[in-house]
Design a protein around this ligand. Structure first.
Ligand code: GLU
Length: 395
Protein backbone atom coordinates (compact mmCIF):
# COMPACT_ATOMS: atom_id res chain seq x y z
CA UNK A 1 0.00 0.00 0.00
CA UNK A 2 1.17 3.51 -0.76
CA UNK A 3 2.10 5.81 2.09
CA UNK A 4 -1.26 6.61 3.74
CA UNK A 5 0.09 8.61 6.65
CA UNK A 6 -1.56 11.90 7.52
CA UNK A 7 0.03 15.12 6.31
CA UNK A 8 0.05 16.23 9.90
CA UNK A 9 2.25 13.29 10.86
CA UNK A 10 4.49 13.61 7.86
CA UNK A 11 5.05 17.22 8.73
CA UNK A 12 6.81 16.45 12.02
CA UNK A 13 10.10 14.78 12.88
CA UNK A 14 11.12 12.19 15.47
CA UNK A 15 11.97 13.37 18.97
CA UNK A 16 15.74 13.77 18.75
CA UNK A 17 16.24 13.37 22.49
CA UNK A 18 14.55 9.98 22.42
CA UNK A 19 16.08 9.06 19.06
CA UNK A 20 19.65 9.67 20.27
CA UNK A 21 19.01 7.83 23.48
CA UNK A 22 17.58 4.87 21.58
CA UNK A 23 20.57 4.89 19.26
CA UNK A 24 22.91 4.87 22.26
CA UNK A 25 20.99 1.94 23.76
CA UNK A 26 21.17 -0.04 20.52
CA UNK A 27 24.89 0.53 20.12
CA UNK A 28 25.45 -0.48 23.73
CA UNK A 29 23.48 -3.69 23.13
CA UNK A 30 25.80 -4.40 20.24
CA UNK A 31 28.73 -4.18 22.63
CA UNK A 32 29.95 -0.59 22.06
CA UNK A 33 31.08 1.28 25.15
CA UNK A 34 28.69 4.22 24.69
CA UNK A 35 28.29 6.99 27.26
CA UNK A 36 24.81 8.42 26.96
CA UNK A 37 24.65 12.15 27.72
CA UNK A 38 21.76 12.67 25.33
CA UNK A 39 18.64 12.21 27.40
CA UNK A 40 17.58 14.39 30.29
CA UNK A 41 16.96 11.76 32.89
CA UNK A 42 18.27 11.99 36.48
CA UNK A 43 20.39 8.97 37.34
CA UNK A 44 19.13 9.02 40.95
CA UNK A 45 16.70 6.52 42.42
CA UNK A 46 13.22 7.71 43.46
CA UNK A 47 13.07 8.10 47.27
CA UNK A 48 11.91 5.04 49.26
CA UNK A 49 8.84 6.70 50.72
CA UNK A 50 7.48 7.15 47.18
CA UNK A 51 8.24 3.58 46.18
CA UNK A 52 6.56 2.35 49.35
CA UNK A 53 3.47 4.41 48.58
CA UNK A 54 3.25 2.74 45.16
CA UNK A 55 3.61 -0.74 46.67
CA UNK A 56 0.94 0.10 49.22
CA UNK A 57 -1.35 1.31 46.43
CA UNK A 58 -1.05 -2.06 44.71
CA UNK A 59 -1.83 -3.89 47.95
CA UNK A 60 -4.74 -1.61 48.73
CA UNK A 61 -6.31 -2.26 45.33
CA UNK A 62 -5.89 0.95 43.34
CA UNK A 63 -6.21 -0.92 40.06
CA UNK A 64 -9.07 0.93 38.39
CA UNK A 65 -9.82 4.05 36.37
CA UNK A 66 -9.36 7.21 38.36
CA UNK A 67 -11.31 10.41 37.77
CA UNK A 68 -10.24 11.75 34.34
CA UNK A 69 -8.26 14.67 35.77
CA UNK A 70 -6.76 12.62 38.59
CA UNK A 71 -7.72 11.54 42.12
CA UNK A 72 -9.28 14.42 44.02
CA UNK A 73 -6.84 13.75 46.87
CA UNK A 74 -3.92 14.21 44.47
CA UNK A 75 -5.35 17.36 42.92
CA UNK A 76 -5.83 18.83 46.42
CA UNK A 77 -2.20 18.08 47.20
CA UNK A 78 -1.07 19.61 43.91
CA UNK A 79 -2.92 22.79 44.93
CA UNK A 80 -1.02 22.73 48.23
CA UNK A 81 2.26 22.16 46.42
CA UNK A 82 1.60 25.06 44.03
CA UNK A 83 0.94 27.30 47.02
CA UNK A 84 3.79 25.99 49.17
CA UNK A 85 6.51 26.03 46.48
CA UNK A 86 5.32 28.69 44.05
CA UNK A 87 2.88 30.91 45.93
CA UNK A 88 0.17 30.06 43.37
CA UNK A 89 -3.49 29.66 44.24
CA UNK A 90 -5.37 26.96 42.35
CA UNK A 91 -8.43 24.90 43.26
CA UNK A 92 -8.70 21.16 42.49
CA UNK A 93 -11.03 21.84 39.55
CA UNK A 94 -8.20 23.81 37.94
CA UNK A 95 -5.80 20.88 38.06
CA UNK A 96 -5.42 18.12 35.46
CA UNK A 97 -3.04 15.22 36.07
CA UNK A 98 -1.76 13.58 32.90
CA UNK A 99 0.53 10.89 31.55
CA UNK A 100 3.69 13.00 31.78
CA UNK A 101 4.38 16.64 31.05
CA UNK A 102 4.23 15.90 27.35
CA UNK A 103 0.59 14.89 27.51
CA UNK A 104 -0.16 17.94 29.63
CA UNK A 105 1.30 20.17 26.91
CA UNK A 106 -0.50 18.37 24.12
CA UNK A 107 -3.80 18.56 26.01
CA UNK A 108 -3.41 22.32 26.23
CA UNK A 109 -2.39 22.68 22.59
CA UNK A 110 -5.31 20.56 21.39
CA UNK A 111 -7.64 22.53 23.61
CA UNK A 112 -6.74 25.98 22.34
CA UNK A 113 -4.94 25.84 19.00
CA UNK A 114 -6.70 26.17 15.67
CA UNK A 115 -5.05 25.69 12.31
CA UNK A 116 -2.68 28.58 11.55
CA UNK A 117 -2.79 30.04 15.04
CA UNK A 118 0.62 31.36 16.00
CA UNK A 119 2.58 30.07 18.97
CA UNK A 120 5.58 32.07 20.13
CA UNK A 121 8.55 29.98 21.20
CA UNK A 122 11.90 31.43 22.32
CA UNK A 123 14.73 29.41 20.86
CA UNK A 124 16.66 27.33 21.84
CA UNK A 125 13.49 25.48 22.85
CA UNK A 126 12.77 21.98 24.03
CA UNK A 127 12.41 19.69 20.99
CA UNK A 128 8.79 18.71 21.37
CA UNK A 129 7.26 22.20 21.69
CA UNK A 130 7.97 22.93 18.05
CA UNK A 131 6.82 19.56 16.76
CA UNK A 132 3.65 19.53 18.86
CA UNK A 133 2.67 22.95 17.54
CA UNK A 134 3.08 21.61 14.01
CA UNK A 135 1.12 18.49 14.90
CA UNK A 136 -1.77 20.82 15.74
CA UNK A 137 -1.32 22.55 12.36
CA UNK A 138 -0.51 25.78 14.15
CA UNK A 139 2.52 27.94 13.33
CA UNK A 140 5.61 28.14 15.55
CA UNK A 141 6.94 31.71 15.68
CA UNK A 142 10.49 31.66 16.92
CA UNK A 143 12.30 34.34 18.92
CA UNK A 144 15.99 33.53 18.52
CA UNK A 145 18.24 34.19 21.50
CA UNK A 146 21.95 33.77 22.04
CA UNK A 147 24.57 33.27 24.70
CA UNK A 148 25.15 37.01 25.17
CA UNK A 149 21.74 37.32 26.83
CA UNK A 150 22.03 33.90 28.48
CA UNK A 151 19.49 32.67 25.95
CA UNK A 152 16.71 34.79 27.41
CA UNK A 153 14.28 37.05 25.59
CA UNK A 154 13.42 40.63 26.48
CA UNK A 155 10.06 42.45 26.29
CA UNK A 156 10.97 44.20 23.03
CA UNK A 157 11.68 40.92 21.27
CA UNK A 158 8.44 39.50 22.60
CA UNK A 159 6.24 42.39 21.51
CA UNK A 160 7.81 42.46 18.05
CA UNK A 161 6.48 39.02 17.13
CA UNK A 162 2.99 39.36 18.57
CA UNK A 163 0.27 39.52 15.89
CA UNK A 164 -3.52 39.20 15.88
CA UNK A 165 -2.94 35.47 15.24
CA UNK A 166 -0.86 34.89 18.38
CA UNK A 167 -2.62 32.38 20.60
CA UNK A 168 0.01 31.14 22.94
CA UNK A 169 3.52 31.63 24.26
CA UNK A 170 5.45 28.62 25.57
CA UNK A 171 8.74 28.58 27.43
CA UNK A 172 10.59 26.73 30.15
CA UNK A 173 12.37 28.16 33.17
CA UNK A 174 14.78 26.66 34.16
CA UNK A 175 15.23 26.06 30.47
CA UNK A 176 15.73 22.82 28.64
CA UNK A 177 18.12 22.90 26.71
CA UNK A 178 20.11 25.95 27.88
CA UNK A 179 19.79 25.76 31.67
CA UNK A 180 18.87 29.46 31.79
CA UNK A 181 16.67 30.69 34.60
CA UNK A 182 14.50 33.82 34.32
CA UNK A 183 14.72 36.07 37.36
CA UNK A 184 11.68 37.63 39.03
CA UNK A 185 12.58 40.96 37.47
CA UNK A 186 12.97 39.51 33.96
CA UNK A 187 9.60 37.81 34.22
CA UNK A 188 7.99 40.97 35.56
CA UNK A 189 9.26 42.83 32.49
CA UNK A 190 7.71 40.24 30.16
CA UNK A 191 4.48 40.34 32.14
CA UNK A 192 4.07 44.04 31.25
CA UNK A 193 3.75 42.96 27.62
CA UNK A 194 1.45 40.01 28.26
CA UNK A 195 -0.79 42.31 30.26
CA UNK A 196 -1.30 44.42 27.15
CA UNK A 197 -2.47 41.32 25.24
CA UNK A 198 -4.91 39.58 27.57
CA UNK A 199 -5.96 37.07 24.91
CA UNK A 200 -2.52 35.50 24.73
CA UNK A 201 -2.07 32.37 26.81
CA UNK A 202 1.25 31.50 28.44
CA UNK A 203 2.28 27.90 28.95
CA UNK A 204 4.98 27.95 31.60
CA UNK A 205 6.94 24.71 31.75
CA UNK A 206 8.41 24.50 35.25
CA UNK A 207 9.43 20.85 35.31
CA UNK A 208 12.99 21.81 36.41
CA UNK A 209 11.82 24.27 39.11
CA UNK A 210 13.81 22.67 41.93
CA UNK A 211 17.00 22.35 39.91
CA UNK A 212 18.07 25.97 40.34
CA UNK A 213 21.60 26.87 41.44
CA UNK A 214 21.47 30.61 42.01
CA UNK A 215 18.24 32.35 42.88
CA UNK A 216 14.99 30.55 43.61
CA UNK A 217 12.68 29.71 40.71
CA UNK A 218 9.81 32.13 40.02
CA UNK A 219 6.51 31.03 38.48
CA UNK A 220 5.20 33.56 35.99
CA UNK A 221 1.64 32.94 37.22
CA UNK A 222 2.62 34.70 40.46
CA UNK A 223 1.94 38.03 38.75
CA UNK A 224 -1.74 38.59 39.46
CA UNK A 225 -2.37 40.72 36.34
CA UNK A 226 -1.79 37.76 34.07
CA UNK A 227 -2.45 34.82 36.39
CA UNK A 228 -5.59 33.84 34.42
CA UNK A 229 -3.57 33.77 31.16
CA UNK A 230 -1.05 31.27 32.50
CA UNK A 231 -1.07 27.50 32.41
CA UNK A 232 1.53 26.26 34.90
CA UNK A 233 3.05 22.92 33.98
CA UNK A 234 4.96 20.60 36.27
CA UNK A 235 5.50 16.90 36.92
CA UNK A 236 7.37 14.23 38.83
CA UNK A 237 10.00 13.20 36.28
CA UNK A 238 12.85 15.54 37.15
CA UNK A 239 12.33 16.42 40.81
CA UNK A 240 11.83 12.83 41.94
CA UNK A 241 13.68 10.93 39.18
CA UNK A 242 10.44 9.32 38.09
CA UNK A 243 10.64 9.71 34.33
CA UNK A 244 9.09 6.31 33.59
CA UNK A 245 6.15 6.84 35.94
CA UNK A 246 4.77 9.47 33.57
CA UNK A 247 3.05 11.95 35.84
CA UNK A 248 2.63 15.54 34.70
CA UNK A 249 0.07 18.11 35.75
CA UNK A 250 -1.19 21.58 35.01
CA UNK A 251 -2.84 24.33 36.95
CA UNK A 252 -4.94 26.63 34.79
CA UNK A 253 -8.04 28.74 34.59
CA UNK A 254 -11.10 26.49 34.60
CA UNK A 255 -12.14 26.77 30.97
CA UNK A 256 -8.74 25.35 30.07
CA UNK A 257 -8.59 22.65 32.74
CA UNK A 258 -12.08 21.51 31.74
CA UNK A 259 -11.05 21.40 28.07
CA UNK A 260 -7.96 19.33 28.93
CA UNK A 261 -10.14 16.99 30.94
CA UNK A 262 -12.46 16.57 27.95
CA UNK A 263 -9.58 15.71 25.63
CA UNK A 264 -7.92 13.41 28.12
CA UNK A 265 -11.21 11.60 28.64
CA UNK A 266 -11.17 10.68 24.97
CA UNK A 267 -7.48 9.86 24.69
CA UNK A 268 -6.10 8.18 27.82
CA UNK A 269 -9.01 8.17 30.32
CA UNK A 270 -6.64 9.03 33.17
CA UNK A 271 -3.03 8.82 34.27
CA UNK A 272 -1.82 5.56 35.81
CA UNK A 273 -3.54 4.92 39.15
CA UNK A 274 -0.53 3.54 41.04
CA UNK A 275 1.71 6.37 39.84
CA UNK A 276 -0.93 8.85 41.01
CA UNK A 277 -0.95 7.32 44.50
CA UNK A 278 2.84 7.57 44.57
CA UNK A 279 2.56 11.18 43.41
CA UNK A 280 0.46 11.98 46.47
CA UNK A 281 3.32 11.09 48.81
CA UNK A 282 5.94 12.68 46.55
CA UNK A 283 4.16 16.03 46.49
CA UNK A 284 3.22 15.95 50.16
CA UNK A 285 6.92 15.80 50.99
CA UNK A 286 8.78 19.00 51.46
CA UNK A 287 11.27 19.98 48.71
CA UNK A 288 14.02 19.68 51.36
CA UNK A 289 13.88 15.92 50.69
CA UNK A 290 15.67 16.49 47.39
CA UNK A 291 18.31 19.03 48.42
CA UNK A 292 21.07 16.42 48.24
CA UNK A 293 20.21 15.69 44.62
CA UNK A 294 20.30 19.39 43.75
CA UNK A 295 23.67 19.78 45.50
CA UNK A 296 24.97 16.88 43.47
CA UNK A 297 23.73 18.44 40.22
CA UNK A 298 25.39 21.73 41.12
CA UNK A 299 28.70 19.98 41.74
CA UNK A 300 28.36 18.26 38.38
CA UNK A 301 27.49 21.51 36.63
CA UNK A 302 30.73 22.98 37.96
CA UNK A 303 32.69 19.89 36.99
CA UNK A 304 31.29 20.05 33.44
CA UNK A 305 32.08 23.76 33.13
CA UNK A 306 35.65 23.07 34.21
CA UNK A 307 36.04 20.22 31.77
CA UNK A 308 34.57 22.21 28.88
CA UNK A 309 37.28 24.86 29.32
CA UNK A 310 39.72 22.27 28.05
CA UNK A 311 37.78 21.43 24.92
CA UNK A 312 38.91 23.18 21.76
CA UNK A 313 36.10 24.97 19.92
CA UNK A 314 33.53 25.01 22.73
CA UNK A 315 32.09 28.39 23.72
CA UNK A 316 29.67 28.37 26.62
CA UNK A 317 27.98 30.33 29.38
CA UNK A 318 27.25 29.33 32.96
CA UNK A 319 23.76 27.83 33.21
CA UNK A 320 21.95 28.37 36.49
CA UNK A 321 19.47 25.53 36.33
CA UNK A 322 18.30 22.19 34.89
CA UNK A 323 21.05 19.66 34.05
CA UNK A 324 22.18 20.64 30.59
CA UNK A 325 24.99 22.60 29.01
CA UNK A 326 24.54 24.03 25.56
CA UNK A 327 27.94 24.97 24.10
CA UNK A 328 28.25 26.76 20.78
CA UNK A 329 30.47 24.58 18.61
CA UNK A 330 30.55 26.63 15.40
CA UNK A 331 34.34 27.12 15.73
CA UNK A 332 34.69 23.44 14.91
CA UNK A 333 32.71 23.69 11.66
CA UNK A 334 34.89 23.48 8.56
CA UNK A 335 37.47 21.27 10.28
CA UNK A 336 38.35 18.06 8.49
CA UNK A 337 38.48 14.55 9.88
CA UNK A 338 39.53 11.57 7.72
CA UNK A 339 38.91 13.73 4.63
CA UNK A 340 35.37 14.62 5.78
CA UNK A 341 34.46 18.18 6.75
CA UNK A 342 32.26 18.73 9.83
CA UNK A 343 29.77 21.31 8.63
CA UNK A 344 27.14 21.59 11.36
CA UNK A 345 26.02 20.40 14.77
CA UNK A 346 24.27 17.30 13.36
CA UNK A 347 27.54 16.18 11.81
CA UNK A 348 29.44 16.96 14.98
CA UNK A 349 27.04 14.88 17.09
CA UNK A 350 27.41 11.95 14.69
CA UNK A 351 31.17 12.41 14.81
CA UNK A 352 31.18 12.36 18.62
CA UNK A 353 29.00 9.27 18.70
CA UNK A 354 31.17 7.47 16.20
CA UNK A 355 34.64 8.53 17.33
CA UNK A 356 34.23 9.26 21.04
CA UNK A 357 31.28 6.94 21.60
CA UNK A 358 29.52 9.72 23.44
CA UNK A 359 25.84 10.37 22.68
CA UNK A 360 24.68 13.99 22.91
CA UNK A 361 21.90 15.84 21.05
CA UNK A 362 22.50 18.20 18.15
CA UNK A 363 21.37 21.78 18.78
CA UNK A 364 19.38 21.76 15.54
CA UNK A 365 16.66 19.77 17.30
CA UNK A 366 16.33 22.71 19.71
CA UNK A 367 16.35 25.35 16.99
CA UNK A 368 20.07 26.19 17.12
CA UNK A 369 22.33 24.45 14.64
CA UNK A 370 25.52 25.98 16.01
CA UNK A 371 25.28 24.23 19.37
CA UNK A 372 24.97 20.85 21.02
CA UNK A 373 23.14 19.81 24.18
CA UNK A 374 24.97 17.76 26.75
CA UNK A 375 23.04 16.36 29.68
CA UNK A 376 24.95 15.95 32.93
CA UNK A 377 22.33 13.79 34.58
CA UNK A 378 24.76 10.85 34.64
CA UNK A 379 27.28 9.74 37.27
CA UNK A 380 30.50 11.77 37.73
CA UNK A 381 32.81 9.07 36.41
CA UNK A 382 30.73 8.78 33.22
CA UNK A 383 30.80 12.55 32.77
CA UNK A 384 34.56 12.73 33.30
CA UNK A 385 35.16 9.87 30.88
CA UNK A 386 32.83 11.42 28.27
CA UNK A 387 34.51 14.82 28.35
CA UNK A 388 37.95 13.22 28.31
CA UNK A 389 36.97 11.37 25.15
CA UNK A 390 35.40 14.45 23.53
CA UNK A 391 38.53 16.46 24.26
CA UNK A 392 40.73 13.75 22.79
CA UNK A 393 38.84 13.38 19.51
CA UNK A 394 38.46 17.13 19.04
CA UNK A 395 42.14 17.74 19.58
N1 GLU B 1 12.84 16.06 28.63
C1 GLU B 1 13.92 15.13 28.51
C2 GLU B 1 14.94 15.57 27.48
O1 GLU B 1 14.84 16.62 26.94
C3 GLU B 1 13.39 13.76 28.26
C4 GLU B 1 13.27 13.26 26.86
C5 GLU B 1 12.11 13.82 26.15
O2 GLU B 1 11.00 13.49 26.52
O3 GLU B 1 12.36 14.58 25.22
O4 GLU B 1 15.88 14.87 27.25
Amino acid sequence: MKNRLSHRLQNISYSQTLYMSQKARELRNKGYDIINLSIGEPNFYPPDFILNAAKKAIDEGYHYYTPVSGYLELRKIICKKFYRDNGLKYTPSQIVVSTGGKQSIMNVFLSVLNKNDEVIIPSPYWVSYYQMVKLCEAIPVIIPTNMKTNFKINPKQLEKVITHKTKLFIFSTPCNPTGSVYSYQELEDLVKIFKKYPKILILSDEIYEHICYAEKHTSIAIFSDIHHQVITLNGLSKAFSMTGWRIGYIGATEWISKACEKIQGQITSCANSIAQRAAISALLASPTKIVDMIKEFKKRRNLVLDMMKEIPGFQFNKPNGAFYVFPNVSDIFGKKFNGKIIKNSDELSNFLLEKAQVAIVSGSAFGDNESIRISYSSKDDQIIEAFTRIKKVLK
